[in-house]
Each structure stands twice: as C-alpha cells, then as structure tokens.
Write a protein that binds this ligand. Structure first.
Ligand SMILES: Nc1ncnc2c1ncn2[C@@H]1O[C@H](COP(=O)(O)OP(=O)(O)OP(=O)(O)O)[C@@H](O)[C@H]1O
Length: 265
C-alpha cells in the first residue's frame, strides 16, 4: 500500500529538541511542584521516573499546555509554549493521556475517540480512518462499539491511549499509561511505545522501572521538581549493578541515584 506523505511531514525540522525547558517552574495549587527544571528531550521514548510527589504529573500538565508555567522557559516543538498565540496550532500536534481522564460513560469507544479527534481539529475526512487505526493499535477493535461504562479499568486506560494517539502527535504525553493493564497488554503496549518513539517524542510517566527499561530510549529521573539524572536505560542498570536496593538492577539504579541525590542536597 502506498501512503500519502503530507506537506507537514516533508517540512524540515527547525528545532533541535521537541521539548526544551530552562529553569522551568510550575505550581500545583500553591506548591511549586516543578522547581527550576532544565530538560532537553529529543525523538524517542522518555521514561519519566520519580517518587510520589516528585512533580511528574505537574510537569506533564505543563508539557500538555493544560497548566501554565509560573516561570522559566518552555519550548515545545520549537514554539514558545508560554505564548497564548501558539497554543492552538501547537495543541493539534500534541497527544495527552492525563493520570485521570474524564469521559462520557454513554459514548462508545469509537464515539469518544472521534470526539477527541474533533477537539484536536483534525480534518473531518481523516477522522474515521484515524479513529479505526488508533482503536486497532490499542487492541480494542472488538469493543469499538461498546459503551465506555461497560469497559474494565484496563480497557478504559487503552481507550485513553487511543485518544492520545489518534492525531499521530509529534509530542505524546502519557501519564501512568500502564495502570490497570494486564501483563499481556503491558507487553503489547511496550511494542506500541517503541513504534511511536521512532518518529515522535514520547514522554511516559510511570512508577514501573521495568517498563522504562523495556520500552524507553531515555530515562529522566526527577525529585522535588528538579532533574536528578538523565541517561540511557543501560546506564541505569549499570549503576544498579554497583549497589542500591530493589529487585532488579534497574530498580537498584533508581534507588541508588535517588539516595545519592538526597544525601548531596
Ligand atoms: N492542587 C494541589 N495543591 C497543592 N499541592 C499540590 C496540588 N497538586 C499537587 N500538589 C503537590 O505537588 C507535588 C507534586 O505533585 P505531582 O502530582 O505533580 O507529583 P507526582 O510525581 O505526579 O506524584 P505521584 O507519583 O504520586 O503521582 C506534591 O508534593 C503534591 O502534594
């Protein structure tokens, strides 16, 4: 089959990093949950790790443009994401699965993903095919016409992933996407992540270090709203081979990096 290549795909990329933050500060309520974060993320799958309260969800909300930073710089896909002028075209190129996403229980899977495609201002004629592809990619073809209220928690999470990828985003943000997925689905999801990361920037927030090692090209560790460490999964494993607590080298690498960061600060 011959695929049509759009003008957008042929346009040269004029930015070095799909995500670039400098001294980024973002509030959650009155709390400065992201507190001076410097980060550069390229094409690939970035696993965002950190303990409870580290600021991962707040960062994801800022990257998705839902939450406006209170200071510092945020550049997304080459645009200054703090400028309201660029938000609308920028949002068409983003995909976001929030930690808790709202939905209308009486919508079917297909109707919901269609609705999200429409909100992202996709061309009308492209929507039915894009919805079908997204639903197939998350393994929900057989349930495409089921109402959301009839789905299990893991299936709903997969619907959330489908709506996030329906517009083939250049920047895809997934906040704890594997919560509630059964082991078989998690393995399939890792394959999907690897595919998505070949030509876009994917940021996945998770507590599952093994998912990061299996599917990510880059590890980003944050604590108290700051960057603690960034590197290859293999480097995390290597650190874990020298010490730390946990059931796998990657987990030991994670705990070891966090404890040396905490004792240094
Ligand atoms: N609405 C709010 N008001 C005040 N503080 C908040 C609010 N939301 C989050 N916080 C605080 O901001 C910090 C970062 O929260 P955030 O949810 O971003 O962390 P997280 O890394 O996603 O945590 P988890 O792994 O538990 O999901 C925490 O200390 C949290 O208590």
């Amino acid at each position: 089959m011959v695929r049509m290549v759009s003008a957008t795909e042929l346009k040269p990329t004029t930015y070095a990093w799909p995500v670039e933050t400098t001294e980024l500060r973002v509030k959650a309520g009155r709390h400065l949950a992201v507190n001076g974060l410097d980060l550069q993320l390229g094409t690939g799958v970035h696993g965002l790790l950190g303990p409870n309260g580290a600021g991962k969800t707040t960062l994801m909300r800022a990257l998705s443009t839902v939450h406006r930073p209170s200071g510092g710089q945020l550049r997304l896909l080459g645009e200054d994401a703090t400028s309201s002028r660029v938000l609308r075209p920028l949002r068409r190129r983003l995909g976001y699965l929030p930690q808790h996403f709202g939905f209308y229980p009486r919508f079917t899977v297909r109707e919901y993903v269609e609705y999200m495609a429409w909100l992202r201002e996709m061309p009308k004629a492209a929507i039915p095919g894009a919805v079908q592809r997204a639903v197939e990619r998350v393994g929900l073809t057989a349930r495409a016409d089921s109402r959301l209220k009839a789905l299990s928690g893991g299936m709903l999470r997969r619907v959330g992933i489908a709506q996030a990828i329906v517009n083939d985003p250049d920047l895809l943000l997934l906040d704890e996407p594997t919560v509630g997925l059964d082991p078989e689905q998690r393995v399939e999801f890792r394959t999907l992540l690897r595919e998505l990361g070949t030509d876009s920037c994917v940021v996945v927030s998770t507590h599952l270090v093994e998912d990061v090692v299996a599917a990510c090209t880059d590890v980003v560790l944050v604590d108290e709203g700051k960057l603690v460490w960034q590197g290859l999964p293999a480097a995390l494993i290597q650190i874990g081979e020298q010490g730390g607590t946990g059931d796998s080298p990657a987990e030991r690498g994670y705990t070891s990096l966090l404890s040396s960061h905490r004792s240094a600060s």
